[in-house]
Structure formats: C-alpha cells, structure tokens
Design a protein around this ligand. Sequence first.
Ligand code: PBG
Length: 329
Amino acid sequence: MSLYPAFPTSRPRRLRRTEALRQLVRETTLSVADLILPLFVAPGRGVREPIASMPGHYQLSLDELAREVREVRALGVPAVLLFGLPPHKDPVGSGAYARDGIIQEAIRTVREHAPDLVVMTDVCLCEYTSHGHCGVVENGRVLNDPTLELLAQTAVSHAEAGADLVAPSDMMDGRVGAIRRALDAAGYAEVPIMAYSAKFASAFYGPFREAAESAPQFGDRRGYQMDPANGREALREVELDIAEGADIVMVKPALAYLDLIWRVRERFHLPVAAYNVSGEYAMVKAAGQLGWIDERAIALELLTSIRRAGADLIITYFAKDVARWLEER
Ligand code: PBG
C-alpha cells in the first residue's frame, strides 16, 4: 500500500507548475561554495601551456598561477587542488618532498596572491617518479611500506609551505595513518586530510595523465588502485581511512561510481568528496565542441547528480565555468 493517495487525488505535477514552486521543493542545490578547482603547476616563467584533452585548462608557471588564483577567487571558487610538474623526475620522486619543490613554491604563491583561498594539495609520487608509479619500485613492483615514509614527508613539506589540507591519492595501504602521525609530530595537528579513499583504477584519468605527465612507464596501477567492479571493498577502504584519521573521504571517479557516493554517504558521517575526473570533463567538452550536446546544461545536470548522490564537495574542472553559469542564471 502506498503512503500517498493515488491519482487523481495525487498529482505530482502540481509542484512543478512554476519555477518558484520547483525551487521551493528542490532537494539538491549546486553551489560554487562546494567546488574545488584542480590546477597544474609547471616550471618556467610566462608558461600557460594548453592541455589538449582538457580545453580551458593549462600547465601554469608560478607567475601565471598567481594570475589564475586571483581570478579563481574573484569568481567565488573557494578552493584549489594543486598538482605539480617537477623540472626533474627520479626513481624516488624527490621533487615531491623538496623544500623548494614546484608544489611547495606553488603553495606559497597561492598564499601570497589569494590569501583566503583554501589551498589543497595532491599527495602522491607519480608526477615526480621517473617510472611514473605512485610509490617506490623494486624489481617491477610498487612497494607499499617504504613508500609511506616518502608520502608522509611530502605531506609535511606541503603543510610547512602553507597548505590548508593535504589529499593523498596514491592508494598505498596505511598512508592516511602515516601522514596523520607525521603531520602531528611536525606540529601540524590542525591540517586536515582528505583521503582519496575509494580510488579506482580507471580509464577516466587519461587526460589528467597527459596534463600531469604522470602515465606509468611500465604496467598499470591496478596493483594499488581499486578494481572498478568492487563496491563492498570501497566501503572497507573508506572505513580504514576513517580509522586512520581521515577528515574527508573521497570517491573517485564520480559519474561511473554514483552508487558508491550514495553508499558512503549513507554509512559514514564524514564529509564525502567526489572527484569529477579529467575523462568525465573531456567527454562533455568534446561532445559540446562538436555541437552534439549542450555543454552547460549537461555539466550542470551531471554535477547536480553528484550532489544528489551524496557528495558534499566536488572536485571539478568545471568549477570556474559553474561560477560563471550560476551567476548568469
Ligand atoms: C595522482 C592522481 C591522478 C588523478 C588525481 N591524482 C592520476 C592517477 O591516479 O593516475 C586523476 C585526476 C583526474 O583524472 O582528473 N595519483
């Protein structure tokens, strides 16, 4: 038996009659206040190198980054997530935790030019290692425990440079705990961790790897990132990260994993982030450029669906566009 009287007594269309009525009963809102914009930082000066598979995104040198974050702030986007392209790569990714590394400098630049922007940093080694894997490699294998020390060092160097939050994306076991202990020991107990908890080995990262020049030079990431077929395991990953001290948990990618955003939201009581990844962005852009879809309408619908699924925060390459679109509405 239904809780509601049936037609003709019940007519759901009554509340859809005008935009004002629709707004009153709208369950989900999309606001720029919940968006985080990823940015790619590169060496040099005056560099604003377009990323072919991500129209509207660039590899930026520090001076261009300064310009960019002033614009980002003016648009009302509250946070950026920084990725670095180091001048040199080596087997242990030492550029990731160098005091004067590209990201450490980028953090200082954002701090200076947009002081109230929330500065988040991706903590991972893959952009900094010559082999392109997210950890230390020995005999063709990515070692877990020796990697933890380097990730912890990386996170502390970000906090030292002024990062507001660190976001480990490597998927090594135990990294949230290792980073939490290292941050606390270094006097950064107040710096939160947004854990890429359920991060899948996804083909949707393709354009990002071009942008960050971080494709693995041999093999793939399936030995540490999750199997796209597994949902229960994702909940276990989230549970472990929370136990290790995560402050925000993430599901990544977003669109092919909306069910998991929902399940994580239902089961846990921490803020849930979703990463609307590069391939998701590229597909919408490409179809939009071909005139096959209405880019703006599709992007807003997709982002709203990620919020409806239960994400509190969304990391998206559309953040600046959304800020403009919502202003026009
Ligand atoms: C680094 C990292 C990746 C992404 C975020 N952090 C790439 C990967 O794991 O290969 C992907 C982001 C995107 O596709 O937008 N480990």
